[in-house]
Design a protein. Structure first.
Length: 78
């Protein structure tokens, strides 16, 4: 985390923004009192899956299980 005063930020804004792009956080101070924080924006990146097992862990079942639907349909035919 970097701390810098308002005047320093104004003089070297480009340098500080480059640091933020690299993941650094900056605290802006006024008379040594923190007044603001500049943090990088976290963007979602596509996840790469190394196995089918990881994919299965991501999928969450919703609704009625397929096996239950099949059983119910068979019972209706009888």
């Amino acid at each position: 985390m970097i701390k810098a005063g308002i005047k320093e930020i104004r003089k070297n804004l480009t340098k500080y923004l480059e640091s933020v792009q690299k993941g650094e956080e900056i605290i802006i101070t006024k008379r040594d009192e923190p007044i603001a924080k500049i943090v990088p924006i976290r963007t979602k990146q596509a996840k790469t899956l190394s196995s089918r097992e990881q994919l299965r862990k991501l999928i969450k079942p919703q609704g009625t299980l397929l096996s239950q639907v099949v059983v119910e349909n068979r019972e209706e035919r009888l």
